[in-house]
Write a protein that binds this ligand. Structure first.
Ligand SMILES: Nc1nc2c(ncn2[C@@H]2O[C@H](COP(=O)(O)OP(=O)(O)OP(=O)(O)O)[C@@H](O)[C@H]2O)c(=O)[nH]1
Ligand SMILES: [Mg+2]
Length: 582
């Protein structure tokens, strides 16, 4: 599948293991990097109108009929497929509870028929399966069809896009692109660079009609949404048949191989490459620092005592100057974060609140017109249900989008600070190498990818839904109440809910941003301190060794030279990996 990627990934993991085997390489988050490389996933979300063949495509990719497909709108719950040695299915409920189910019972949870309007309160279903397709870390997410009569289905599809690395949007030759599809695409325009379009059910038509239908769909989308799309043909049906029967000829006819190639190239170039580059760059930086420290120790072994004392004094002065910069770092970071909350989050919340008030008030009035024949209490309940559901859905969708936006902004801030901190660290290293006249090239990585920033922004992987505040609309109804008063109260309740939920979302976002900031700050300051510590202790060690006998000094020199050789070896391999990247 992602052959090149898997290969480089294996080599990278070997380098990390070798580094782990060398004792105390200072400041190496080797374990963490190892996990990052090892656990890296490509999230692939499959989207499209109901019945286009999303679920069929997933079964075809896996080469097995794992998920239920049908002629009526079916999938109602997001289902995540990931690699595992055996087929296992776990159902995650909104309450936080998890239960394992038998494969035969899957349809009872993920389909509209088995779980109408999600009465079982399922958040998502996770299936592990031993498919080679999933083995390289691809994770596929099946979503309910957009634009069906079930609004909650469309909402779910929206929520998964920001979390995806690539989105497959499935169209079908037997149906022209619909208004619902266009509306959806317009809403997710900002993610267009990662959306792949597939014209499914290609087996229905001959080659000419196929080309024509693809060209037509592309034009309709371009005209309505404004971005150029490339649409690839596919027959999910033939692809699955081909895989089940092992027929290569049929597989070619299904167009699946061509599409897989395009997708894999994208994943490799956009994602795999970035990961491998960033991790090898981080390792190279760490290695060059470790090598310098070894050389410092060797040099201090060879430097006369008086001269060494003078150098240590000079280094101490430099160290004090660097440490005093820590305070500036705090102030700058706080300033940036406050600006993010004020200029992005607060503005977005206010804008969103205005928008949904304008959108939901007419709906409430319509519903009132339709329901005003009901008894007071009944009318009251109908309006209450509308307000609670609509506000909840609107906020859940908005939060998912805002989440992606804040994560990106936070990462951008982190990147700038990492550059700054790396600058400070480089300066320290440069200073020390000059002090001891050791040739040293600061390892510069032209591209800075923050290996850890995704980790800092902790809420990325947490559930997107936020329970609505428990607020009761059921105000004490007096014995006699007019419909008009009920409507007036319902409107007031709607605006209150919008406001409260906005406040709650703001609190949640700022609180998590704050936590992310502390984690980041702690790590960055650690990095400076670890560098100072590493240099100081290398010189110190040399100083101490000097008081020992000639023989021991020689032995230590030998040891240092051997370690330096091993480190240089790993460095060369990492440089090779970087060169091999497409
Ligand atoms: N002829 C033909 N039929 C297909 C193809 N792909 C899917 N179908 C059929 O189309 C219908 C819908 O397929 P599904 O995979 O359930 O579609 P879906 O997009 O997941 O539908 P929802 O879950 O309801 O949104 C099923 O009857 C499939 O057998 C194809 O490539 N060719
Ligand atoms: Mg489906």
């Amino acid at each position: 599948m992602l052959d090149k990627y898997s290969h480089l990934k294996e080599q990278l993991l070997e380098c990390i293991d070798d580094m782990l085997a060398i004792e105390n390489i200072p400041g190496c988050p080797c374990e963490e990097l190892r996990k990052k490389v090892h656990n890296n996933v490509f999230n692939l979300v499959v989207l499209g109108q109901f019945k286009r063949g999303k679920t069929s495509l997933i079964n075809a990719l896996l080469g097995a009929e794992i998920l239920p497909t049908a002629v009526v709108p079916l999938t109602s719950i997001a289902t995540i497929l990931k690699y595992g040695e055996v087929l296992r299915i776990k159902v995650f409920l909104t309450s936080g509870a998890v239960k394992e189910i038998k494969p035969g019972n899957l349809a009872r949870y993920v389909t509209e028929r088995g779980n109408p309007r999600n009465e079982k309160d399922v958040r998502e279903v996770v299936i592990t399966y031993p498919s080679p397709y999933l083995k390289d870390g691809v994770q596929i997410i099946d979503t309910p069809g957009v634009g069906s009569v079930y609004q909650h289905n469309t909402d779910i599809a929206y929520q998964y896009i920001p979390k995806s690395d690539a989105a497959l949007f499935i169209l079908s030759v037997d149906q022209p692109v619909s208004q619902a599809e266009l509306d959806f695409l317009r809403d997710v325009r900002e993610y267009s660079d990662r959306i792949f379009f597939l014209q499914n059910k290609a087996d229905y038509v001959g080659p000419e009609d196929l080309d024509e239908s693809i060209a037509f769909s592309a034009k309709v989308i371009k005209d309505a949404v404004g971005f150029d799309v490339r649409i690839l043909p596919l027959s999910a049906k033939l692809a699955l048949e081909a895989k089940l029967s092992g027929s290569d000829e049929l597989l070619e006819k299904s167009f699946l191989p061509e599409f897989e190639k395009t997708l894999n190239t994208f994943l490799m170039e956009e994602k795999g490459r970035v990961l491998i580059r960033s991790v090898s760059n981080t390792l190279l930086r760490i290695l060059s620092q470790a090598i310098l420290e070894l050389e410092l120790e060797m040099k201090s072994l060879a430097t006369p005592l008086e001269e060494l004392r003078v150098k240590i004094e000079a280094f101490e002065n430099k160290k004090r100057a660097v440490l005093s910069e820590k305070h500036d770092f705090d102030i700058l970071l706080d300033g940036e974060l406050n600006r993010l909350v004020r200029d992005v989050l607060d503005e977005d919340i206010e804008k969103f609140k205005r928008e949904i008030s304008v959108n939901l008030l007419p709906g409430l009035e319509d519903l009132y017109e339709k329901s005003k024949g009901l008894s007071g209490r009944h009318l009251n309940n109908v309006l209450e249900e509308y307000v609670v559901n609509e506000v909840k859905n609107a906020y859940n969708n908005w939060r998912a989008k805002e989440d992606g936006k804040l994560a990106a902004a936070f990462e951008a801030i982190c990147s700038r600070f990492i550059l700054k901190i790396n600058g400070t660290v480089d300066e320290l290293l440069k200073f020390s190498s000059e002090l001891f006249s050791i040739p040293f090239d600061v390892f510069k990585s032209e591209e800075l990818w923050t290996v850890k920033s995704g980790f800092y922004y902790k809420f990325k992987d947490e559930p997107v839904s936020l329970e609505l505040l428990t607020a009761s609309f059921t105000f004490a109804l007096p014995g006699f109440i007019t419909n008009k008063i009920i409507l007036k109260n319902a409107k007031k309740f709607l605006l209150e809910m919008i406001d409260k939920q906005g406040g709650r979302s703001r609190f949640d976002f700022t609180e998590r941003l704050g936590r992310s900031k502390y984690a980041f700050r702690w790590d960055m300051l650690q990095k400076i301190e670890a560098t100072i510590e590493g240099i100081a202790s290398a010189i110190e060690k040399g100083l101490k060794q000097k008081s020992k006998g000639e023989g021991e000094v020689e032995e230590r020199k030998q040891e240092l030279a051997e370690t330096a050789e091993r480190l240089n070896g790993i460095r060369d391999r990492l440089l090779h990996i970087r060169e091999d990247l497409p």
